[in-house]
Design a protein around this ligand. Sequence first.
Ligand SMILES: [Zn+2]
Length: 216
Amino acid sequence: MRDQLIAELKLCIEPLLPGYLAIFDLADTKRRNLYLGHEEVDKDILGFDTLLKAHLGKAFKRIGGERWVAFVTENQLNVFDRLILAYQKEVPISAGWECRAIAPNNTLVHIEEKTDVLISRAVRCGYLNIQDINDVAARVNDLLEKIWRLPVNSATSLEQELTFNEPKWKCIIGNLPSTAYCAFCKGTEFEWLEGTDDTAYGICKGCRAEADFVYG
Ligand SMILES: [Zn+2]
């Protein structure tokens, strides 16, 4: 699959060389999925794809869930900042968790801990110079190896070895509610029986209530 995409990209950029190859990576999509749902992240992907088309014509390929490889010439280098800016967005949401619990005596309780936070949308961008069409696959691999460590919202040249010490960027701005706890006894220890990215079901070790958590 990757080989096919690289072959198509090579055909498209060969007449345009030399220039720069860039990887774009939508940041923290896993957490955005959790708080906003898959539909919203699908819209992000479509939105960024549309932006690339508008700015770069055909000189890009989507090479994975939320990653693209793109080519620009020297004169187009400032397009990276325009794409980053056009994609960047912050919206307020209410986020946290809720717990529905059933005590051993069948009493039901539902509690919710949510706070208002901002959720932001951002993209990583790393790029490398390219002169020779035969280097495309190797350059793309170099970029893919490093892209996840890059800061968001700025285009980073990877010509030199860089060191990254900052913690990985998170899309939530603000403080989320505390760890989820049992609706009856406020215990935080459970025997987990089931779970997904945004749900968990288990038995409270404190009071033996069955607790059903939904996060997001
Ligand atoms: Zn409990």
